[in-house]
Design a protein around this ligand. Structure first.
Ligand SMILES: [Zn+2]
Length: 770
């Protein structure tokens, strides 16, 4: 007896050319087309099938260690590929260690490899099983003999000594190693084994904390700028900033060169994919321009293996949306997901607790990311790690039609740019850029408000779907970006700016006033030209915000009595704060000049001692220094400006008051134009999509004892949740499927809104509506 799969494999084996190729096992009906000559991908195209990079939805990778050539049980792994239903596999080919007999004498072979071609055998087996194959490189570092043979190919420090890392020598991206040697290795790998593409872990070379002074760098930088390489980091020096930009441009040249090489050697669909991170700070550190790379790529291979405590599981859902926003929603973003204990602490050979691995993967699905299991080493004594992927990959395969080719539904846009990380964030992007961003994302996830990251250059492209745009301490902005914001608000869009938003040009140089000062209704007084927010981001003081007007109906004390001392009603943006006149703050504020049409909703209470307790009283209870300003003057959209860095505070301190105020500002500026409401207890991350005439709603239950301290080892059930979702034109409400619980649920429609309950959620639920 043979299974249908075996029959199909036998057929493909027989019909494929001598060089094994990626056949279309998932599309059995098309297998006949695979007998035509040519590479796998062009064959697929010839019969009208999507190329591999649009249809390989599940991936697997066993990172090969140096002792694996002696112990790699390929037959066992083939079974595991099948059990986990992967459609693509990544195998180490070359770089630091070669797993095939390379013709290049300096290409270090795995000890004990001899003339054995482990990589080639794996590639052949995977091709026979119908998988796409990516050859993995880790190209930047090499052994000492290589350095001795070509010392001019290596990165040098100010003293002319080679940079070293983990005992290896770091090559220079501006040397012939990158222009000639790696392309020749890529050609060798592609010609030997015909992979669908190549990844490379360390392609971007030396990071920006190290300056290379090799002759190649000195010559090329001088040719480009007429300047010598800057001797040290100095963000105020225009030449240093040119060096940063020059480095970014070189990485893109390398990207293009390696892609040309791969296509020349392997055909039009043979792609060189490097490797990228879903964290902008990490991309910036390595001169990888997210936007430019996504514009060049058909698929992004993401290396973001685990969560960290600060950014949470929700970061993975966001990473998918952030990359898709640049790449397009019709493309794929497989992500390496560690089955071992990645993160802190890291144990390469120990199993990651299954619930921890699972929630990371599910958040990825919610953001449109494709799963890619990752093990380090061909043999594992902690066999529990082999049980994690199978059920979740099976669910993915059963429901894959709802998990790709869809468009997010969100009316809140969070604006970012990599320039703001580099030129405003400089050496402190975590506090200046990441924390304000995270404060917003945490507040929005907690309030269950769908949002999308929007690149500052894409505002005009994406604006139509948004009710409000948020500039979280987005200080470095170009004139063109400012114009698109202005246009958006003039057409009635809401705007929230925080901290130093629009205060600098695109190179991070402070200007005399906010570029958006007229919309914010607030100006920098002539005397002050300092970036308070850059200087004081890390401090926490005993400061407060005083809410206006004060509603002191129930202030008890010798002076207040029980009678109201001020009358009036709080602004909607201060909803649910009626029982307090102050909010804890922690930051510092300087005076601003406020336009007459704008309203100040909160003022600054300067710092006073917090201890001893006898000293803890406000020395200056009232100032006119604004902490929150709203502006509806001028007939444009609603604008809120938060000089007080409550977003950064919320990202760091997690005080509910700060999160609630941020959510209030979104409700007010968006004029309640938000497409989703989810009620019920728990920390649930909600992602809403439209797919033709259907809505797809992901609800990921992040409620756990380990939510803010990895790892999660127990899932805690929540529910029922009541869902209200606005039905877009074309979506009929006649049918709701719950793809995880398979439970049935009753729906009602009122005024264009669909109401239904999700009875219970353990880890996640996906509701398909329509
Ligand atoms: Zn160099």
């Amino acid at each position: 007896m043979t299974t249908p799969g075996e029959t199909r494999r036998a057929f493909l084996k027989k019909s494929a050319a001598a060089t094994a190729v990626f056949a279309v096992t998932d599309f059995a009906a098309l297998a006949a087309g695979a007998t035509k000559a040519g590479s796998a991908s062009t064959k697929a195209d010839a019969v009208g099938v999507l190329p591999w990079y649009r249809r390989a939805l599940r991936w697997g990778q066993t990172n090969i260690t140096e002792i694996d050539p002696q112990r790699y049980d390929i037959a066992w792994w083939r079974q595991h590929w099948k059990r986990t239903q992967i459609q693509g596999a990544i195998f180490n080919a070359g770089g630091i260690v070669a797993y095939y007999p390379s013709k290049f004498p300096l290409h270090y072979r795995a000890s004990g490899l001899g003339d054995h071609d482990l990589y080639g055998e794996l590639a052949r087996a995977a091709h026979e099983d119908g998988l796409a194959v990516l050859a993995r490189m880790d190209s930047n570092r090499v052994h000492e003999d290589f350095y001795r043979a070509h010392p001019d190919w290596f990165a040098l420090d100010t003293g002319g000594q080679p940079y070293r890392s983990t005992g290896l020598y770091v090559t220079c991206v501006n040397s012939p190693y990158y222009d000639e040697y790696i392309p020749s290795v890529l050609r060798e790998i592609i010609e030997r084994s015909h992979p669908e593409g190549i990844t490379d872990n360390s392609w971007a070379g030396l990071d920006r904390n190290s300056i290379c002074f090799c002759e190649n760098c000195q010559r090329k930088f001088h040719e480009q700028t007429g300047q010598p390489i800057p001797r040290a980091k100095n963000w105020d020096d225009p030449v240093y900033r040119q060096w940063i930009q020059w480095n970014y441009a070189r990485r893109l040249e390398i990207w293009d060169l390696f892609n040309r090489t791969a296509r020349d050697a392997g055909g039009p669909n043979c792609l060189w994919l490097g490797m990228n991170s879903g964290t902008i700070a990490e991309q910036a550190l390595r001169f990888r321009d997210c936007k430019a790379i996504c514009e060049r790529s058909e698929i992004v291979m993401l290396d973001e293996q685990a969560r960290n405590d600060a950014t949470g599981f929700q970061h993975n859902g966001e990473a998918g949306k952030f990359i898709h926003g640049l790449l397009g929603w019709d493309k794929l973003i497989p992500e390496s997901m560690a089955m071992y204990q990645a993160g802190r602490p890291a144990f390469r050979l120990a199993s990651k607790p299954e619930p921890e691995a699972r929630l990371w993967m599910l958040e990825g699905f919610a953001g449109g990311i494709q799963p890619w299991w990752h093990h380090v080493g061909a043999e594992q004594e902690d066999r529990r790690m082999f049980q994690t992927a199978e059920p979740i990959m099976r669910w993915h395969a059963e429901n894959q039609q709802y998990l790709i080719n869809r468009k997010p539904v969100a009316t809140v846009g969070l604006v970012w740019s990599q320039e703001n990380y580099d030129f405003f964030g400089r050496d402190n992007p975590d506090e200046l850029v990441e924390l304000p961003w995270r404060g917003w994302t945490d507040a929005l996830v907690r309030a269950r408000i769908p949002y999308l990251p929007v690149h500052a250059d894409h505002i005009a492209r994406d604006a139509d779907q948004f009710s409000v745009l948020i500039l979280p301490n987005l200080a470095a902005m170009s004139a063109a970006q400012i114009e698109t914001i202005r246009h958006f608000v003039e057409r009635g869009g809401g705007l929230i700016g925080t901290g130093e938003a629009s205060r600098c040009n695109e190179l991070g140089e402070p200007q005399s006033d906010f570029a958006l000062a007229d919309l914010f209704g607030a100006h920098i007084p002539a005397a002050s030209a300092d970036l308070v927010n850059r200087r004081q981001a890390g401090q926490t003081q005993q400061t407060y915000l005083r809410l206006t007007p004060e509603l002191r109906a129930r202030v008890y004390g010798p002076k207040a009595g029980n009678e109201p001392v001020a009358s009036g009603q709080r602004h909607l943006a201060l909803k649910d704060f009626d029982e307090t006149d102050i909010l804890p703050f922690g930051g510092s504020l300087e005076p601003l000049r406020v336009d007459s049409g704008a309203k100040v909703l909160a003022t600054f209470v300067p710092a006073f001692p917090s201890s001893p307790p006898e000293e803890a009283w406000m020395r200056q209870p009232h100032t006119d220094i604004p902490g929150l300003i709203v502006n509806e003057a001028g007939g444009h959209g609603r604008v809120a400006f938060l000089p007080a860095d409550l977003d950064r505070r919320y990202g760091r301190d997690n005080l509910p008051d700060h999160g609630n105020l941020l959510a209030n500002l979104v409700h007010w500026t968006a004029r309640e134009n938000l497409p989703l409401q989810v009620g019920g207890a728990g920390f649930v991350d909600c992602h809403l999509y439209q797919q033709q005439n259907k809505l797809v709603l992901h609800l990921v239950n992040l409620t756990s004892a380990g939510t803010w301290r990895a790892p999660v080892d127990e899932l805690i059930r929540v529910g029922p949740l009541s869902v209200r979702v606005q039905l877009p034109a074309g979506v009929r409400e006649n049918h709701i499927q719950l793809l995880v619980s398979k439970a049935s649920t009753k729906a009602a429609v009122k005024n264009g809104w669909l109401h239904f309950d999700v009875p219970t959620i353990l880890d996640h639920e996906v509701a398909v509506i329509g």
